[in-house]
Design a protein around this ligand. Structure first.
Ligand code: HEC
Ligand code: HEC
Length: 440
């Protein structure tokens, strides 16, 4: 059932993931343990090394934005699995620091994102044809436009839709005037605020914080089950099987997991030929795909019918980065595969927040082509406007070949509805204990 899995990416990616992860931790590893007095609100702070604590202070500082009031944590709230929308009236689509200024994509959870490898084009076998293809992988943001976490930090700080800080020197000045300036000096030395690389250093503290264990607790019911500490219900287990089955859900072909890494498990269990190490279950291979999700009319920019969010191909630098055999236009509509860890609490769903419930997000995969009227409005001609968030020229990019996208009406509706519920039940086992609604 899972042989296909082994051909896929995780094994290839592991060394990269490992290096990225190491370089983030090394960048922020500072000699002494923290002695700055933990925040009474957060007893776990005492365990953070000073560099990571500095990252946390910056991450939570709502005085940095223009006007003040918005921090990274306003949109990536630790209590909500590091997602949020700063109390926007458009669910999932965040409000910026200024009145009536909104983002144009859904805030992703930052949990487990330190595992995303640097953005690159990699040679990987196609799931359907087996032919080796050059495909984009990794990076940060829905379109991977930041190569890694360090580079990502400047995005929200200077984005006029988000924190709206005028420039790097204004940011450095604000940290210098903050109550934790002394911590920055302790970590990076007395000259930190005058150094040419001051910005990069402060950004790497934030990236270091985002790679700390609190962003990747691996404490879900599923993890307990993997490690033999608990059971899944019959329905959750059925959902897991559909999720893994290449002929039915096939979800694992992109929301990847289960490959045993050579270092940790030389002889996997015969009855369960998959990894029991939670770290091998990130539920994404960080590749990109075109789902053709419906348009979200609540996003202000979508008021203009000629405006489309094209995802990956919209990046100005993509042409320069893409190898000669990759047509950039074939990546119009492609977005990064999100991890499904904590997915039960990270709605609304998809890059544009167009799916309100988790059940909808799952049902969409199975019924997009059998019952498009359920997802798309009718156009002026009375016909269902399928893939209405993409210009016609790019409809051909939408994945219609591989399960679960290739559903035909031969599938029994009843079975299907059960399968969807089973998958949803399984996905609910992926919520880390720290992020369960009653955990805080
Ligand atoms: C106003 C809300 C808001 C604020 C403030 C904000 N973010 Fe985000 N964050 C978002 C949204 C929306 C996205 C997705 C944007 C995109 O993909 O184009 C995102 C994406 C990210 C990602 C990429 C995650 C992934 O899955 O690829 C990281 C990492 C991140 N933010 C970290 C930060 C940090 C660090 C700060 C503070 C310096 C911050 N964010 C401030 C809303 C916000
Ligand atoms: C061919 C790759 C691929 C397959 C197969 C796949 N997904 Fe996805 N999934 C993606 C991508 C890419 C996105 C983001 C798409 C977007 O926002 O435009 C996504 C998004 C999602 C989301 C929304 C997550 C969020 O945080 O917004 C859920 C839930 C989800 N997938 C569940 C599933 C389930 C369940 C299956 C199996 C029935 C599945 N996926 C199969 C690639 C895939």
């Amino acid at each position: 059932m899972i042989t296909q899995l082994f051909q896929r990416f995780v094994l290839r990616l592991l060394p990269t993931i490992f290096t990225v992860f190491l370089s983030i931790s090394v960048a922020s590893s500072i000699e002494r343990p923290n002695s700055d007095g933990p925040d009474p609100q957060d007893a776990g702070e005492a365990r953070l090394i000073p560099g990571d604590l500095l990252g946390k202070r910056i991450f939570e500082d709502s005085e940095l934005s223009d006007p003040p009031g918005l921090s990274c944590a306003s949109c990536h709230d630790a209590k909500l699995g590091y997602r949020g929308d700063n109390r926007s009236f458009i669910p999932g689509i965040p409000k910026g620091s200024r009145e009536n200024v909104f983002g144009n994509r859904k805030t992703p959870s930052l949990a487990y994102m330190a595992y995303s490898p640097d953005f690159s084009f990699a040679s990987l076998p196609n799931d359907v044809t087996g032919k080796v293809e050059t495909v984009p992988v990794g990076g940060q943001f829905w379109d991977g436009r930041a190569i890694d976490l360090e580079q990502q930090v400047e995005g929200p700080l200077f984005n006029p839709r988000e924190m709206n800080i005028p420039n790097k020197s204004a940011f450095i000045k604000r940290v210098q005037l903050s109550s934790y300036a002394v911590l920055a000096i302790k970590v990076y030395g007395a000259n930190i605020f005058d150094e040419p690389r001051a910005f990069e250093k402060l950004a790497s503290a934030v990236a270091g914080y985002e790679a700390t264990p609190r962003f990747k607790p691996f404490s879900s019911k599923f993890d307990d089950w993997l490690e033999g500490r608990g059971k899944l219900t019959e329905q959750e287990y059925k959902g897991f099987q559909v999720f893994m089955d290449p002929k039915r859900g096939n979800c694992v072909s992109c929301h990847a997991g289960g490959e045993a890494s050579e270092h940790t498990e030389k002889t996997p269990d015969k009855k369960f030929p998959l990894s029991r190490n939670p770290r091998n279950w990130l539920f994404t291979d960080f590749t990109y795909d075109v789902l053709g999700v419906p348009r979200n009319a609540a996003i202000p920019e979508n008021g203009d019918p000629t405006h489309f969010d094209l995802g990956l191909c919209q990046r100005l630098d993509l042409k320069a980065l893409a190898p000669a055999d990759v047509a950039v236009t074939s990546l119009c509509g492609a977005f990064k595969t999100p991890s499904l860890r904590n997915v039960a609490i990270t709605g609304p769903y998809m890059h544009n927040g167009s799916m309100v419930t988790l059940r909808d997000a799952v049902a969409f995969y199975f019924t997009r082509d059998t019952h498009p009227e359920r997802w798309y409005p009718r156009g002026a001609n009375g016909e269902v406007a399928k893939f209405n968030d993409l210009p016609l020229a790019y409809h051909k990019n939408v994945n219609v070949n591989q399960p679960p996208y290739n559903r035909s009406d031969k599938v029994e509706p009843m079975t299907l509805e059960n399968e969807i519920d089973d998958i949803v039940a399984f996905l609910k086992t992926l919520t880390d204990k720290e992020f369960l609604p009653n955990a805080n």
